[in-house]
Each structure stands twice: as structure tokens, then as C-alpha cells.
Design a protein around this ligand. Structure first.
Ligand SMILES: Cc1cc2nc3c(=O)[nH]c(=O)nc-3n(C[C@H](O)[C@H](O)[C@H](O)COP(=O)(O)OP(=O)(O)OC[C@H]3O[C@@H](n4cnc5c(N)ncnc54)[C@H](O)[C@@H]3O)c2cc1C
Length: 303
């Protein structure tokens, strides 16, 4: 078993670190931003294969993560993962989603809000990132790994393996300009007693209940780098969410967040010599995390 440096302490880097440690490697994580400062900390975070390709690999990785999250929700509530039923709604009839085989059940919904004609209901993991990221970091620590803040100008040149989980940082660290930011803004509002999630993909509107608040979104601005929440956008998000879930109207706003999704034409997961690249998970880094981490661990043994 060898020494592994994981670059990046978002959900992808930490999950890879856990799987590599479980495989018996000595693992040190280096990151410019610590877990709660990353894009991953902004994620809603709902299991859903969104803005990531290619579809066949995304479906397989998402299926693996679904099973892990389902088990975690059952066995380790401290992880911040819960299985929550909810509905995705449409204004026209839809075929089954391309990722259908990633979820054990998906039922056509007939009790739809006004204005919608189709929808499906399924239980999905909701992963509360402010709880889950520290829990993952704790797993890294328990397994003997380390997490150190370090702003790198290039991937480390070490005797061992380097796993590049730098997200958007791959633009610099892997000279890969095909990873682009897709800005997402969300509003956190008070928990009004909502117990189910709702998604309207046509209006890019979603409502995810967490234990102490509700995350309401969203936006999807390609090539936009600003991390400052825009008040007019927040108002528009709340207006759309109030149409989808009328019970949200007037809910107290607790905060605003912006993150830059690392979108790439296809997720890069490959080994080149002593470097494994694992980045470009777009709007689905949480959804893909356990699936890609398993593959990284398996590539680590193929020297
Ligand atoms: C509003 C919003 C909502 C979202 N909702 C969901 C959701 O519901 N479900 C879902 O699955 N996904 C969701 N996502 C997408 C998800 O957040 C990303 O896919 C995921 O965070 C990517 O994780 P990552 O670990 O690859 O990158 P990041 O979280 O960005 O972490 C990258 C790490 O690399 C480090 N790094 C970068 N450059 C360097 C450098 N030069 N030196 C050292 N370290 C470096 C960073 O500091 C950081 O630690 C959402 C995103 C946004 C913005």
C-alpha cells in the first residue's frame, strides 16, 4: 500500500480519501479551501444526476451512491443523511428519466400541483452538507488520514500517487479549461414543517427540506464567476418556489448562498501514470461521490 495525496477537500476529495484509507493506503488531503468553505458546502444537497455526463457512467456511479446514502441514513443518522420522499413535476407527459435504473423505485404521481400534468415520486437521499462534510472529514481522521490547508500552484510531485479532486481548480492544476463554472444561487428559509421535496426542472426550481431549514433554488448561469448572492435573483427564486409550494410564501429568510458547479463535457476519471484525475462532476458531485470514489480506489491498485 502506498502514500496517496488527495488534492481537494470537497465532497469528492473527502469521499475518495475515505475509500483509499479503507483500502489501506496512507492518505493526506491537501486543499486551498477546507470542507465547509468549498462548493460542496453550498450544495442543496439532494441525490439527483444533474449536469454531469456521460449518462451511462453517471447512472452507474449515482446508483452506487444512492445505496451508500440509503444505508447511512439507516445506520448513521449523525452523518446528516436522510431518505426523503418527494416529487419532480412537469407540464407535459414524460418518458422515464434516463437515470431510472439508479433508483430502486419511481412511481408516477397523479396528485400534482395546479398547472402540472406529469410527475414522479421517489425517496431520495437529502444530504445536509454542513453536517455531512464534517462527518466525512471525521471519517478521514478516524481512519488515520490528514487534511491540511495548502494552495497549490501545480499537482504535488511526490513518491506515491496523487488524486486530483480539485473541481474547478483543475483549470489550473490540470491545465483543463474545459471545466467551467455554472453558478448556482440558493436561499435558505425557516423550516415551515415541510416534509417532502419538490423539483420543477423546467423552471429550475427546487425545494429541499432539511432538519432545521429548507433550501430553495435555483439558478444555472454558465461561465458566471461571481460568488456574491444577488438580491433580485433571490426574490425571483422565492417567487418561483412559492408557486410550486404555496406553503413557503412568507417563510423567514435565513440566508443566501452561491456556489460554482465544476461542469465539464464529461466527468474526468482516469489514471495517467501516478496521477488519478477525478473532477468535473457538475451539478451532481454529491450524487456521484461514492461511485467515483470506488473507481478511484480501484484505479489506485492498478499501478
Ligand atoms: C447551488 C448548488 C446546488 C447544488 N446542489 C447539488 C445537489 O443537490 N446534489 C449534488 O449532487 N450536487 C449539487 N451541487 C453540485 C456539487 O456542489 C458539486 O458537484 C460538488 O461540490 C463538486 O465537488 P468537488 O469536491 O469536486 O469540488 P469542490 O467542492 O469545489 O472542492 C474542490 C476542492 O479542491 C480544492 N482546490 C482547488 N484548487 C486548488 C489548488 N490550486 N490548491 C489546493 N486545493 C485546490 C478546493 O479548495 C476544494 O477543497 C450543487 C452545487 C451548487 C452550486
Amino acid at each position: 500500500m502506498s502514500r496517496v495525496i488527495v488534492v481537494g477537500a470537497g465532497v469528492v476529495g473527502l469521499t475518495c480519501a475515505v475509500r483509499l484509507l479503507e483500502a489501506g493506503h496512507r492518505v493526506d488531503v491537501l486543499a486551498r479551501d477546507l470542507p465547509l468553505e468549498t462548493t460542496s458546502a453550498v450544495a442543496a444537497a439532494f441525490w439527483y444526476p444533474y449536469r454531469a455526463l456521460p449518462q451511462d457512467k453517471i447512472t452507474a456511479w449515482s446508483r452506487t451512491s444512492y445505496a451508500v446514502f440509503d444505508a447511512l441514513a439507516d445506520t448513521d443518522p449523525e452523518s446528516g443523511v436522510r431518505m426523503v420522499e418527494g416529487t419532480e413535476v412537469f407540464t407535459s407527459r414524460q418518458p422515464d428519466p434516463w437515470w431510472r435504473s439508479a433508483v430502486p423505485s419511481l412511481d408516477r404521481q397523479t396528485a400534482l400541483p395546479a398547472g402540472y400534468v406529469d410527475g414522479w415520486t421517489f425517496p431520495s437521499p437529502i444530504v445536509e452538507m454542513p453536517i455531512y462534510l464534517p462527518w466525512l472529514a471525521g471519517r478521514v481522521d478516524e481512519l488515520g488520514g490528514t487534511i491540511t490547508r495548502m494552495n497549490l500552484k501545480q499537482l504535488p510531485d511526490v513518491d506515491g500517487l496523487v488524486v486530483n479532486c480539485a473541481g474547478l481548480g483543475a483549470r489550473l492544476l490540470a491545465s483543463d479549461k474545459s471545466v467551467v463554472p455554472v453558478r448556482g444561487q440558493v436561499v435558505c428559509v425557516e423550516q415551515t414543517g415541510l416534509e417532502t421535496w419538490w423539483v420543477d426542472p423546467e423552471l429550475n426550481t427546487y425545494v429541499f427540506p432539511r432538519s432545521k431549514d429548507i433550501v430553495v433554488g435555483g439558478t444555472d448561469d454558465e461561465g458566471e464567476w461571481s460568488r456574491t448572492p444577488d438580491p433580485a435573483t433571490a426574490e425571483e427564486i422565492l417567487r418561483r418556489a412559492g408557486v410550486l409550494v404555496p406553503g413557503l410564501r412568507g417563510a423567514q429568510v435565513l440566508g443566501h448562498k452561491v456556489g460554482l458547479r465544476p461542469v465539464r463535457p464529461a466527468v474526468r476519471l482516469e489514471r495517467t501514470g501516478d496521477v488519478i484525475h477525478c473532477y468535473g462532476h457538475g451539478g451532481a458531485g454529491v450524487t456521484l461521490s461514492w461511485g467515483v470514489a470506488d473507481e478511484v480506489a480501484s484505479l489506485s491498485d492498478q499501478g
